[in-house]
Write a protein of this length. Sequence first.
Lengths: 349, 349
Amino acid sequence: MPKSVTLKDVAAKVGVTSAAASMALAGHERISERTRAAVKQAAAELGYVPSSAGRALRSQRADAVALIVPNSSTHVFGHLYFMHVLTGMSTAANAHDAQVIVSTNADTSSGGVAYERVMRSRTADGAIVTSAAIDDDHVQGLVASGLPVVLIGNYPHLADAVSVGIDDVTATVRLVDHLVTEHARRRLLHVTGTLDHQTGIDRRDGFLRAAAAHGIDDASVIEGDLSEDSGAAAIEQLLRERTDDRPDAIVFANDDMAVGGLRVLRRAGIRVPEDVSVVGFDDFGLARVTTPGITTVRVPAEEMGRIATERLFELVDGRRTGDGHTELPVDVVLRGSCGCDDDPSHPAP
Amino acid sequence: MPKSVTLKDVAAKVGVTSAAASMALAGHERISERTRAAVKQAAAELGYVPSSAGRALRSQRADAVALIVPNSSTHVFGHLYFMHVLTGMSTAANAHDAQVIVSTNADTSSGGVAYERVMRSRTADGAIVTSAAIDDDHVQGLVASGLPVVLIGNYPHLADAVSVGIDDVTATVRLVDHLVTEHARRRLLHVTGTLDHQTGIDRRDGFLRAAAAHGIDDASVIEGDLSEDSGAAAIEQLLRERTDDRPDAIVFANDDMAVGGLRVLRRAGIRVPEDVSVVGFDDFGLARVTTPGITTVRVPAEEMGRIATERLFELVDGRRTGDGHTELPVDVVLRGSCGCDDDPSHPAP
DNA sequence: CTGAAAGCGCTTACAG
DNA sequence: CTGAAAGCGCTTACAG
C-alpha cells in the first residue's frame, strides 16, 4: 500500500501551511528563498509527487491526451500504424508533461463508448482520433461539441475540424505515373481499401485519375478491406475470373494487402515484377521485408501523431482556433516489386 | 469549451442534493425508486458523466493502469510486441472500466522518470512493466515500494514480484531439437538477444543446453541486440571470418534479426533452407511474411498483456498477495526457413 | 506582506 | 429514515 506523501506532509515537515508549500514548490515570489529551499528539500526527501487527481480537480485539467481507436479489432489495432502514431504522440505529450491514454472500444457493438467516456469524464484534455469512418457519427459529435479534438486523416465533410494528414490522391497518382512511365505498364488493377474511409476513396480516385491521364480507360478495380487476406482474395478472384488479358501492374491500397497478393501470385507461378508489377502503400515495416521488397508510399505516421498532438495542445491551451488542416509530404519508396532494383544498400547500423 | 455537466447540475434539475443524486445513480437502496429513476433520466438528458478527477480524489483510485516502457527508442517502441501487449491490456482494462496509460521515457537519459511519476502521482493504480533489463534499479525500486506492479517476463532475482512470462529456455531447446532431429543439422550458430535481459540469457542457455544434449560441443554464439541490423551484422561477420565449416543451422534470438540475417544470406547466394536452416523467435508478424517464412516460437504477447493486467487488478483490489509467476505455453511454428514445407494453406478469411 | 479559507466534483460517514 | 457536512489533495483568491 503506497502511503502517498501529500503536500500537507511536506508542509508539516518544514512547519508551514500546505498552501505555502504549494507556492514554494511553484517557485512563487512571495515565499522567501529560504523557505522555498527548505520545502523543496523536504519534498525531495519525502519523495513527494503531486497527486494528479488533486491537481486535475483543482485546475480543471487532466494533463493527459487520449488516442481514440474506433474499432478495437485485432486487425486494426494490431497494425503497426498505431504504434507509430502512439510513438509520435508520446514524444509530444512528454514535452508537455502530459500522459497518453489509449482508448479502445472493447467490442464493436459498444459504438462510441470510448469516445464519450474519455472525453466528458475529463480524463483527457483532448483527443486524437484516427481511422474514423466517413459516416462515424461519434466523430461528428465530438468535433461539434467543441471539445479539443484533432483528427488524423482527411475529413472533407468536417471542414471546421483540425486535422493532420497526407494527400492520398496525389501519392497514388505518383505510384501510377511511375508504373506507366518507368515500367511501361498499361494494364492496371487497383485493390481498394475500405471505401467507407476517406483514404480508401482518395487512393482509388488517385488511381483512376492517373490512369485516365495516361489515356488508360480499361483500368480495373477490386474492392478490398486492407487486410492481408482481402489482398489474397482479390488476386484469387482475379486469377479465377480473368484467364487472359491479366493486369501487368497491381496497385494495392496498402502493404498488408500487397503481401497477401504476393503470396497468391507466387503460388500461381506468376513472377513479380517480371510478369506483373506490384505496389503498396504505408511502409510501416512489412514492405521492406518481403521478397521482392514492395514499392510503396511511406506514410509518416509517427510525425502525424506528433504534429497532431502538438496541434491538440494548441487547442487545449487556447493558442489556436478550431480549424485548419496540416498536410505532410510523403515519399515514394522504390523497391523490387515494381521492377526497380531492390535497394542493395543496407541501412547503416 | 466543454461545459462539464456536474452532479450538482443533475441534482438541481431533479430538486435533490448532489449527495442524493450520487446515491441514486449508484442505485442505493435508501433513495426511493421514483427519485432514482428521475435522477437517472436527468443524468441521461444532460449527458452527465462522472468527473474522473473528482471520483479519483474521493476514492483514492484512478481507475487506470499504466504500461511502462523502459526505453522509448523507436527500435524498441516500434516493435509489434508492444502493440500486442497493449491490445491485451486494453481488453482486461475495459472489463474493469479502467483506462490504459502508456508511459515512456522521452529520452534514455531521463532514466526512471516515467516510472516514478506515473506511479506516485497516483495517475494509475498500478503498472505493467515489460522488457526491463536485469539490472534496472527502477524496477527493483518499484517492486520493493509495494506499489501494485506486474512484470512481463522472467525475473529470477525478483522472487517476490508478480510476473507473467514464457519459458524461453525450453522453447529454444525445442527449436534446436527440431533442427537436429528433423533436419539433421549439427553445425549450430546462435545469434543472441541483448544479454542484459533475462530473455537473452535464457534463449542462449537453452540453445547451449540443447546442443550439449545432442552431443554437439562446437556450437557457436554471436552476440546481437535484437535489431534487424544486428542480425545482418552477425551474418556478415560469420561470412567474413569463417570461410569453411560454416553452420548449417542458425538460431536467431528473435525474428527481426532473422530477417536481417536472411537478407545477408540471400545476397551471398547462400540458400535457405537448402544450405542453412534459419529459425527465429516471436512470431509477431514478420516471420509469416518473408520468403521463405521463418520457423519460430510464437510468443503469446497479447495474452501476456491481458493476464498481466488481470493479475494487476487482483493486486490493486487486494485479492492477491504480491508474488507468483504465471507461465504461458508457447508453440513452435514450422515454416520454410528450417526446411519444413512452407505452410501451404492460407489463413481462413 | 502573509495566513488560512474556499472550492474544484465526488461519495461516505455522521448528525439529526 | 434523510439531510447535509466533511474531506480526498491541490492552488488561488480573499481577508486580515
